[in-house]
Design a binder for this molecule. Sequence first.
Ligand SMILES: Nc1ncnc2c1ncn2[C@@H]1O[C@H](COP(=O)(O)OP(=O)(O)OP(=O)(O)O)[C@@H](O)[C@H]1O
Ligand SMILES: [Mg+2]
Length: 249
Amino acid sequence: MKLDKVIATRPNKTVYRDGDLAIKVFERDYSKADILNEALNHARVEETDIRIPKLIEVGMIDGKWAIVTDFIEGKTLAQLMEENPGKKQEYLEMFVDLQLSIHREKAPMLNKLKDKMNRKISATHFDATTRYDLHMRLESMPKHDKVCHGDFNPSNVIITADGTPYVIDWAHVTQGNASADAARTYLLFWLSGDVKTADEYLNLFCKRSDTPKQYVQKWLPIVAASQSVKGKPEEKELLSRWVQVVDYE
Ligand SMILES: Nc1ncnc2c1ncn2[C@@H]1O[C@H](COP(=O)(O)OP(=O)(O)OP(=O)(O)O)[C@@H](O)[C@H]1O
Ligand SMILES: [Mg+2]
């Protein structure tokens, strides 16, 4: 496999293209369990009707773990939104419809969203009283088993030349409550600094799925707590504010 064509760089991984393949190479200190979990998640999602690149291989390249999938020729929805601001509404509708189509799928072998969130809450730096509130809030949420991407944002959607969308990056997928997934996407827009798009997204999601906005907002303290575990200093204050909200107004 040739690693000379870089398509994306992140602090702890690099994505390369070699012909028809996309090769995601992780740095040496990346958790092996997390990499294998991402590959297994990907394989499980491949068994649903969601259109995703095929997993080809998981292995070592020069002492680093790599996940190899089909390369999808196209542009990410993030790129398209930036290039054609006039089409933002159309792209946002496509984005929400795609997320709803994921939520219609089931994959009973995936990890449970509630288990993941409970673990994350326990791992936060918040005091015991706040963590207790968060655990209780989570417990009170209805239990569902929809496929939830977990990192659904426009950079994880690739649109081919004929307009076919592919969803990538299944590291965080779980099965659970779709409103939690929507709250997470809302938070991701917020954290990227785009509050306006966050609000437009949430309005559209609630309208198309006939979900009350309050229901998605109830998840915000939980998804904010989960994000805080990443320990990004620039997000700390904002996430603490979301977490402390007793009931969103
Ligand atoms: N199979 C693929 N085909 C084409 N491009 C790909 C493919 N996989 C990844 N990419 C490109 O590499 C970028 C990063 O890949 P991916 O989303 O899997 O990694 P990531 O580290 O989780 O990224 P992020 O943190 O930005 O979500 C994508 O936004 C896309 O541009
Ligand atoms: Mg990604």
